[in-house]
Design a protein around this ligand. Structure first.
Ligand code: MN
Length: 193
């Protein structure tokens, strides 16, 4: 479970009397850690990439969407940890609230941590601190190994790069977010939500 401090920033930014987003009460889903990608049409359209780590969803905002092409290095801005029950949230955050706009669950599934550093396996927590993660995604849309690498050495630095690694799921001929715009929960696109 997340301790109260870990979700402090998330809770301070939101008024739960006004937004339908969860305040965050859920415990872990199961033995396999989950990931989720939410498409969020706020002031700027972006994709929120979230990984279950130690009872919360570590989160990055990806302005240009995830890609299946290893040549695409996508900027991923680390944002505040979100509660686990955020993973199934879709709907409309009202005008005037933080992140106002429409959210759909664009992809969801499980992941395996395959992070190594100097030949040794690393936990997700170590990888977050060291600024390098390798993940095998088992989603409905995103599959195979992705890396997340932080710019620079400063742990406060919020800029990371999300990239597909070369494996059998890499595909430079697809635009997966354009081909499959719909929610994996409701089947709705962001326009239909
Ligand atoms: Mn967002």
């Amino acid at each position: 479970m997340a301790d109260a401090d870990q979700l402090g920033t998330y809770r301070r930014k939101r008024d739960f009397a006004k937004t339908p987003e969860p305040a965050g009460e859920a415990a872990a889903f199961g033995p396999e850690p989950i990931f989720v990608v939410q498409k969020h049409r706020a002031s700027h359209l972006h994709y929120d990439f979230r990984l279950e780590i130690e009872g919360v969803l570590a989160s990055w905002a990806v302005p240009k969407s995830p890609s299946t092409n290893p040549a695409d290095k996508r900027l991923a801005m680390r944002v505040e940890d979100h509660p686990l029950d955020y993973a199934s949230f879709e709907g409309t955050i009202p005008e005037g609230e933080y992140g106002a706009g429409v959210v759909i669950v664009w992809d969801a599934g499980f992941y395996r941590n395959v992070t190594e550093h100097k030949g040794k396996p690393r936990s997700m927590t170590e990888g977050l601190e060291e600024g390098y993660l390798r993940l095998e995604l088992l989603g409905k849309k995103l599959r195979g190994v992705y890396s997340l690498a932080r710019f620079g050495r400063d742990a406060q630095e919020r800029r990371w790069l999300l990239a597909k690694s070369r494996d059998e799921y890499a595909d430079d001929s697809r635009d997966i977010t354009a081909e499959e715009p719909q929610s994996v929960l409701s089947g709705k696109t962001i326009e239909e939500m």
